[in-house]
Design a binder for this molecule. Structure first.
Ligand SMILES: N[C@@H](CCC[C@H](N)C(=O)O)C(=O)O
Length: 277
């Protein structure tokens, strides 16, 4: 058996997407997922996404980090999920789907970009203090579907992203789940620039949607910017974070940005994965 997939990216954050509406993908095999996601010897990606049927919404999204572990949500991945689901005829242009973090809404816009309606942010810590390598760091924290620390910096090009990122990601304060770590700088006008050390990628990813939302909301709460805010990801792509009056449920945080096809392919598992096929 082969696995048909789409390779897509959202602002440079790249994913493997699989139409698993009929079931059958061995999601309980982290080794297989890690092998598919591995650069050089696999397809290479910063996450694997399953499109599944749902009894309660249009669809269900499952998201796996490239280390094979399932986590609650992925902002850039959710936009790719919505665009592919719409193009496959699996969901209407304005859809709702389940995630482990809760129910999301998405609208595929005419140009193929996607506006995502997020779950309500939770677990806020504003102006927290953290000791990292003998130094006190000021940080903010919010869960926008997955956990995010936001570190406000003066010069994004001058941060030790891998060093400080890993130290905060594994800091006992955020154990056992760990956290993603965003470095945020105010840029020109009402624009933020963000680079993210991602849990599960264990390094800098091309962009992180939930991290960009965490930064946009944090900057607004500190009065550094106002919503809607434009955020430039590490990849250079621009996304918009807003809080909009969407429906009778009241205002919802939104993330709008690209969802781009790279190619379509078929994965033939290596012999050591043949147990499934
Ligand atoms: N890239 C994602 C976040 C994916 C999950 C993250 N790696 C985690 O473990 O929390 C995004 O765009 O939000």
């Amino acid at each position: 058996m082969n696995i048909d997939f789409w390779k897509m990216h959202g602002a440079g954050n790249d994913f493997i997407l699989i139409d698993d509406r009929e079931g059958g993908f061995p999601a309980d095999d982290p080794q297989l997922i890690a092998e598919m996601a591995r650069r050089r010897t696999g397809i290479g990606s910063e996450g694997l996404i399953l499109i599944q049927r749902s009894g309660e919404a249009d669809l269900r999204m499952r998201f796996f980090n490239p280390d094979g572990g399932e986590v609650e949500m992925c902002g850039n991945g959710a936009r790719c999920f919505a665009r592919l689901a719409f193009d496959l005829g699996a969901a209407p242009r304005a859809m709702e789907f389940e995630t482990v973090a809760g129910r999301l809404g998405a609208e595929v816009l005419e140009d193929g970009s996607v506006r995502l309606r997020m779950t309500e942010p939770s677990g806020w810590v504003l102006d927290g203090r953290l000791e990292v390598e003998g130094e006190e760091l000021r940080y903010d924290f919010v869960n926008t579907g997955v956990p995010h620390v936001v570190l406000t910096v003066e010069d994004l090009d001058d941060v030790d992203l891998e060093g400080t990122g890993a130290a905060v990601r594994y800091h006992p304060q955020f154990a056992p789940a760990g956290t993603n770590v965003n470095f945020m700088q105010g840029c020109d006008g009402n624009t933020l620039c963000v680079r993210t050390y991602e849990r599960g990628v264990e390094g800098e990813s091309g962009a992180c949607g939930t991290g960009i939302v965490a930064c946009g909301l944090t900057a607004a709460r500190h009065g550094l910017t106002s919503l809607p805010v434009t955020v430039r990801a590490g990849s250079g792509d621009l996304l918009e974070v807003d809080r909009r009056e969407e429906n009778e449920c009241g205002p919802r945080v939104t993330l709008t940005g690209p969802a781009v096809y790279v190619y379509r392919g078929r994965w033939r598992p290596s012999p050591r994965q043949n147990k499934h096929f």
